[in-house]
Unconditional design. Sequence first.
Length: 335
Amino acid sequence: MPHQVGLEFHRSRLTVMHEQENYFSKTRGEIDATIKTLTGQVRAFGRRIGMREDRIENVAAGIDTLHTNLAQEIAKSDKANEVRLDRHGSDEVLPRIHGLFRDRVGGPMEPDELEEALREAMRRVTAKIPPGYKDSDKSDPSGDYVVWRQLMNEAVKRKLPVVFITDDAKPDWYQEYKGRTIGARRELREEMAAEAGVPLTIMTTRTFLLRAQDDLDAKVSPETIAQANELPGQDQPAQAPVIPPESYLTLWPSVLTRTSDETLEKLRTGEATQEQLYMVMGIMNERMGPSETVRAITEAIDASVASGSLPAERATEALNAVAHFIRIQEKPKAG
């Protein structure tokens, strides 16, 4: 877990506990108001069309029964709720969370690095560069970028693919197309690949639980998946973000054991995907430095175009990737 995530959890814990405790009475009030409106509309409708009074009363009685059942369920859930503000000192949930994340939380940034990250966060908010610009209405919109910076720092150290679980479903994290969520923003995947040389996947808690069932043979109850749909940030229909292209993931285990020449040969023959190109540039940068990386990649692009194996559109995409890589390398590093 990035350090910033844990920090924000503890900062907002009491507020969230208060909201959860009030959720049941708030819901009961909303349902009471809805039922009252519905009953009035049914009676008005029945009289407008000349429905017999006994039939109107039968429908109203059915609504009243539904109201009673809903109220009982809300009361039962309220009684079972373990999250109580007056018990925050003996919160049973907190020790479980601490146990799950013991020795699994990243360290804080150094003061100079944090200051640089905060400046970059504000720059991105102003320029509408993901992530974080959708928090521009917050008093401090820097949190998302600090999380992102810490994720990239960890990826640079570990050189492992990143799977980021977040229910912050705003479009500065997730790519949207025609109303569907299709995975991590392209800019974020490109930046992670350029900086750390690893692929990035972003998914919601619900998607993670479903994939854990299918791919890890984990036992996840339907109730747990249903609860994931109610997490903050799930205001829109839960669309499972698409994992990056299959070639992107299947290439990764073998990239570290193959030579750069073999991968460049793929580019020369027009077979390499743009995602593979970003990963390769990150890895080559570690081995050769930025100048030699750019030279080798651009020579491979030129050879592909000259041989006719790389269409102009693909060549433009590849050159854009190189330009993005250069911008990343030129950006001053914190510390």
